[in-house]
Design a protein. Structure first.
Length: 276
């Protein structure tokens, strides 16, 4: 599915400016030469802009499509690992290079591992990018009952970490699932999946979420948000096809605290590594 987004716009602008610049250099510049003086007429403004912007657009396109792409975290589904206002970098080549816009594979890459945080195109609306944690690989038997996750019949090891300290911002409650409320007493745990440890959070003030068990089909992944009671994930809409993978989330490069009374840029989160 091809959808009109920033990547498509960037590809169009890069192509148009590159074609105009090349066509002028190969064909039209000679017609601007004045035989009497040997000097060329002033180049058209559109050619001047194309020559100036094409290299910049090309570099941005290559970096964004094949190396790293920035994303903003809009919801609290990955709390406490990622917060609303985090800006993250996503490694675009870890799972294999894909053509921009069309997303067909150019090279084979690594396969996602249990515990890695991935960005993917939402299977029910591929114009949207989602971020979740991989908990089940192709062929796995995944079960989730009473807030306990089991893989292939083995409950994952968990240990109590802390009570999450809510920030008390009413504007964020709908995004954080209530855990930003002071006194919410959401419980943070450390969960171990294979050799990877990461933090997850549950909300004792809500009823249990979706319970059930499934087998992950080949070529697909089962993903969940770290904010287990407030995440729209594979428990609700199913599996992530391998071809929908965008990349692996690797680090927080900026956090903008937009809450009322917030401090703006929060340097304490800048450079934060995303557990994988």
């Amino acid at each position: 599915m091809i959808h009109f987004d920033f990547e498509l716009l960037l590809l169009i602008l890069t192509t148009v400016t590159g074609v105009l610049w090349l066509a002028d250099a190969l064909l039209f510049v000679r017609f601007r030469q004045q035989p009497a003086t040997g000097k060329a007429k002033k180049e058209p403004l559109i050619i001047e802009y194309s020559r100036a912007f094409f290299p910049v657009l090309l570099i941005v396109l290559v970096l964004r499509a094949f190396i790293f792409e920035p994303f903003r975290i809009p919801s609290g589904s990955m709390m406490p690992t990622l917060l609303v206002g985090d800006f993250i970098l996503v490694n675009k080549f870890n799972y294999g290079l894909r053509m921009p816009v069309w997303y067909n594979n150019i090279t084979e890459g690594n396969k996602p591992k249990r515990g890695e945080v991935i960005v993917f195109r939402y299977p029910q609306d591929e114009s949207q990018d989602y971020i979740k944690r991989v908990v089940g690989l192709p062929g796995d038997h995944v079960s989730y009952y009473n807030r306990r996750l089991s893989i292939n019949g083995k409950p994952l090891e968990i240990s109590t970490d802390r009570i999450y300290a809510g920030l008390g911002d009413l504007n964020q409650l709908q995004n954080a699932g209530g855990c930003d409320r002071v006194g919410a007493k959401c419980q943070v745990y450390v969960e171990k999946n294979d050799e990877t440890e990461y933090t997850v959070m549950t909300n004792p003030n809500t009823a249990y979420g979706v319970n059930g068990e499934v087998f992950v089909p080949e070529g697909h992944y089962f993903v969940m948000g770290d904010n287990r009671d407030h995440s729209n994930d594979s428990r609700i809409w199913g599996f992530v096809p391998e071809e929908n993978l965008v990349g692996k989330a690797v680090m927080i490069w900026m956090h903008w605290d937009w809450r009322k009374g917030g401090t703006g840029l929060d340097f304490s989160r800048v450079g934060g590594n995303i557990s994988n």
